[in-house]
Design a protein around this ligand. Structure first.
Ligand code: ADP
Ligand code: MG
Length: 695
């Protein structure tokens, strides 16, 4: 049994502060419990009433005949803690607290919330500031949501966990109107105790749920969330999330570019990608995508569009094409079957397959649909319902329902006129149906995503040895020291020699094969080229003179005394990337891979994943870059050593995980990715080790 079973499926419910007046919020939970058919025991608690709704009323919690599985607390904020303490004292399973004015209401509210948490002790608590939960599959409504004024609750296999009660109501009423049903709906409110992750963990093992939809404001326990989502994916359940707060207010890191590139919303995006969570880009996607996923998955991207109206089919074809679908024409066998129908004026050997108004007869449409669904040319079939469906909805509607029920292949509907009742009926009948072409396309695209548990190969975190600890001198490390640290973790770095003087540098340069790169060595300046601290392609004979000039300019520009010069191998054949590290204040350390140099900030071509990342995460990052084609050999250029890149990204992540909190900043820019077989090499490196006082 999961610890939350009692809360989700209670056999007895006490309603503290229940009222007989169903117009009041305090009157609603009891009325809803009864209205939707709760079969267990109901104990209203109210000292001023003898009975409510035919149920004997108890004067206080201590007087209850048995500890309830759930206590719904409807009291005002000042009285909540006492009631929760009493519920815990008699051994109730869990409490749901609706009152607001807690953690969301400043310092004082936060204090009140802490007291409430203490009062609950080991009893589980949902809320405060929660509208409650609705166990649709078992007809148990533990909520005061106004959206429950509806008469029938549609049930389905989508579970919703929402951090906002108002949004739960909004989605419930919209889903009802669209014909979309739920298994469970939970509003987590302020999450003083139970939070999103607890419910995702429960739903992972919930037989009534196949898709988990999340409305998120922010995650309180990212690690618990990761574990819960991985359980859900391992159980074959898709997770779809809508996250509010898209503006990039991510903290800017002074020491590196990485901070500026990784905003907090980007961090959530990375988290979702890494966990295989489908992000609902638009609010409407949070219903449309789960509804589609509850009906099935796609094996490929070949879509057939069947229509009786050209314009609407073009809309859908366009929207589907934009998200990666192809619309191949029917294969010869299918085309022949369609041609045999001899529909005058219809173009049945193309896609969209347009039966025209002439083909809008139940038998013809049914035959076309069956033939196309049976065709091996298509992975999915989308049926357009045009304005004619307003007059005669069943011509398309009936064959669509019949075919969808029998088909192993996903069949979806797009209703082009304003006909909410049609959308609703078809959804109820199990045909995912959409009122907008873009929504239909987004849902189809989501159906293509495989559910892949990502944890399978996340590497173990290694312990750091004495040799590494010796390299972790507090504060910023210079380029040479940073590289020494990175190399210790298996990241290839340029061959280089530290020289104290220009003359020493010249001697060092003579040992290189040809021209070199000369850099000023300083832990005080992180961006050397801005201080004339980098000279690329220097002939060994020019090293003394160039070195002297660079040191002098560097002193003038920065006011710092250089530690010396770095004579470095010249890399000619690499694509420049940036490999960096950023600590998201909420979600933890992450790795950033991006197009290098100035273009990193200019084009924002970056991919992010959380530490520790697996090799497949690293590979996904390289694929995600807009510049990925460049790595794979764009327009006759040699393809780059992507394997070595994947290796380096994984090693970088392992380093961050191993060093942990001590590492404040780490960046390689540029990381040169050489042609296939030649590996990668760090051209520059920054590491900042946290000082004892955290600076
Ligand atoms: P900064 O401290 O300004 O980031 P870098 O060491 O990254 O200085 O050097 C600036 C630029 O010089 C790099 O982006 C790269 O284009 C070039 N560069 C640096 N090191 C090398 C090298 N070893 N071989 C070839 N080019 C290099
Ligand atoms: Mg650099």
């Amino acid at each position: 049994m999961h610890p939350l079973d009692k809360l989700i499926r209670p056999r007895s419910v006490a309603i503290i502060g229940a009222s007989a007046d169903t117009a009041k919020l305090t009157g609603r939970p009891l009325a809803y419990l009864k209205k939707y058919g709760f079969h267990g025991d109901i104990y209203p608690v109210n000292p001023r009433a003898a009975s409510i709704g035919g149920h004997r009323c108890y004067s206080d919690i201590a007087a209850l005949p048995q500890p309830p599985d759930v206590g719904i607390v409807l009291l005002g904020r000042g009285k909540v803690a006492a009631a929760v303490r009493e519920l815990a004292a008699i051994g109730a399973g869990a409490a749901i607290v609706l009152a607001s004015g807690f953690g969301e209401a400043g310092e004082e509210g936060l204090q009140r919330q802490n007291e409430l948490k203490q009062a609950a002790g080991s009893m589980r608590l949902l809320g405060p500031n929660s509208i409650g939960l609705i166990n649709v599959a078992d007809d148990i409504v533990l909520s005061a949501s106004n959206a429950l004024v509806t008469d029938v609750l549609l049930s389905g296999s989508i579970a919703l966990v929402s951090q906002s009660g108002g949004i739960l109501g909004a989605l419930l009423s919209r889903a009802q109107a669209q014909g979309i049903g739920f298994s469970r709906m939970i509003a987590t409110g302020n999450e003083a105790d139970l939070e999103v992750s607890d419910f995702v963990d429960h739903l992972a093992g919930d037989a009534a749920t196949s898709v988990i939809a999340l409305y998120l404001e922010g995650l309180r326990r990212p690690d618990a969330f990761r574990a819960a989502v991985r359980r859900a994916s391992a159980a074959g359940k898709a997770v779809v999330a809508y996250k509010v707060g898209r503006s990039e207010s991510g903290a800017r890191s002074a020491a590196s570019h990485t901070g500026a590139l990784a905003g907090s919303d980007a961090a959530y995006d990375a988290l979702f990608r890494q966990l295989g969570i489908i992000r609902a880009e638009r609010f409407s996607d949070l219903l449309d995508i789960p509804q589609a996923l509850a009906c099935g998955h796609l094996k490929g991207n070949r879509l057939a569009v069947i229509t009786s109206t050209g314009g609407s089919a073009s809309l859908l074809a366009d929207a589907a094409g934009a998200v990666g679908f192809t619309l191949p024409p029917p294969d010869a066998a299918t085309a022949n079957k369609l041609k045999a129908l001899a529909v005058e004026g219809a173009t049945l050997d193309r896609n969209p397959i347009d039966v025209t108004l002439a083909g809008l007869q139940p038998e013809i449409f049914g035959t076309v649909l069956d033939a196309v669904v049976a065709s091996p040319t298509y992975d999915a079939v989308a049926v357009v319902l045009g304005s004619s469906a307003l007059r005669e909805p069943e011509i398309v509607g009936k064959p669509l329902r019949v075919c969808a029920a029998a088909s192993g292949k996903p069949v979806v509907g797009f209703v082009s006129p304003d006909a909410p009742h049609l959308v609703r009926e078809l959804n109820i009948a199990g045909v995912p149906t959409f009122a907008w072409p873009e929504n239909c396309a987004a849902a189809l695209a989501a159906m293509r995503r495989m559910i892949v548990p990502s944890d399978s190969e996340a590497p173990a975190v290694a312990a750091v040895g004495e040799d590494v600890r010796a390299l972790l001198k507090p504060g910023a490390l210079n380029e040479a020291d940073s590289k020494r640290l990175f190399a210790r973790f298996g990241i290839p770095v340029t061959r280089e020699i530290v020289a104290a003087t220009p003359a020493e540098a010249a001697t060092a340069a003579a040992s290189f094969n040809g021209n070199v790169v000369l850099k000023v060595l300083s832990r005080d300046v992180l961006h050397k080229s801005e201080a004339s601290g980098v000279a690329v392609d220097v002939a060994p004979t020019d090293v003394t003179r160039t070195g002297e000039q660079m040191l002098q300019r560097f002193r003038q520009v920065t006011g710092h005394t250089p530690e010396g010069l770095l004579v470095q191998e010249l890399v000619r054949d690499g694509i420049e990337l940036i490999l960096g590290f950023h600590r998201d204040p909420q979600l933890g350390p992450m790795v950033l891979l991006g197009t290098g140099g100035i273009s990193a900030e200019l084009y924002r071509d970056t991919a992010l994943r959380f530490v520790p990342l697996s090799r497949s995460d690293a590979r996904a990052m390289t694929d995600e870059l807009k510049s990925a084609p460049l790595l794979k050999g764009f327009r006759g250029r040699p393809s780059a050593d992507v394997e070595a890149l994947v290796e380096a990204v994984t090693a970088f992540s392992a380093m961050i995980a191993a060093i942990g909190e001590h590492l404040q900043d780490a960046e390689i820019n540029p990381l040169f990715v050489r042609p296939q077989g030649c590996g990668v090499v760090a051209g520059d490196a920054i590491a900042v080790v946290r000082t004892r006082d955290g600076g």
